[in-house]
Design a protein around this ligand. Sequence first.
Ligand code: GUN
Length: 286
Amino acid sequence: MILIDGKKVAAEVRAGVRRDVERLKRKFGRAPSLAVVLVGEDPASQVYVRNKEKACEEAGIVSRTWRLDARTEQSHVERLVLELGSSDDIDGVLVQLPLPEPLDSASCLCLMDPRKDVDGFHPENVGRLSLELPGLRPCTPAGVMTLLEYYALSPSGKKAVVLGRSNIVGKPMAMMLSASGPFANATVTVCHSRTPDIAKECREADFLICAVGKPRLVTKDMVKPGAVVIDVGMNRDENGKLCGDVDFEGVKDVASAITPVPGGVGPMTIAMLMVNTVNAFRWRME
Ligand code: GUN
């Protein structure tokens, strides 16, 4: 069984980013920069944003976070997104999700400059991904693809099942796995809350990607022997312990490769954000 080490792969990706940043600084006279918009006090979002700031600092990327009160008006957030989009010295912009109610994230994302959209959530980038055109791609599924490539776990010709249809993970994950490029070509099934028999779908998967946010939903009896199991979940169990969507202890005995939580997909998300920020900078400057 291969234990997929996201921490190690992410560290290698980030070291590559650091070297790229050094080179780009010499070439263009300044470092890439990332603007983060954080609205409200959601504890998980606070941790994510702090980790993004730390990763930027390590990579030599300049980051600045706009921390806004939870009661900030929609028009204020939208104006900020527009301003950051037109600011010459900002290369990447991200709005940390979820936004507190009643703010509407979709209209904020639509106002983003697609060339600075380092989350890959703008409709133009979603369209580019679906058309297999170059563009900024959502960090978490891009991180999963990087892990699969790193461990030479090719999904080509295989059956992949994606649990969850979110805009952040499930949908872009399905598009990446079914793309016709050099590394993908899977036959993909997307499962969600209205799928009649999720366990049956899972048992047919050579590649099982779990992104539903339900602690240890996927048990050993749901996994085909020899399957590659990727756990995108980040949950707290009833004892407050961090755990994924997969029952790791049971599933590790049947899978041929598996990601742990923590230390699997999580670190890759931030590494890919650094990659996207450098690419956004490069595309703007060149
Ligand atoms: N919330 C959970 N995941 C993400 C992500 O990848 N980007 C942003 N902006 N917010 C998130």
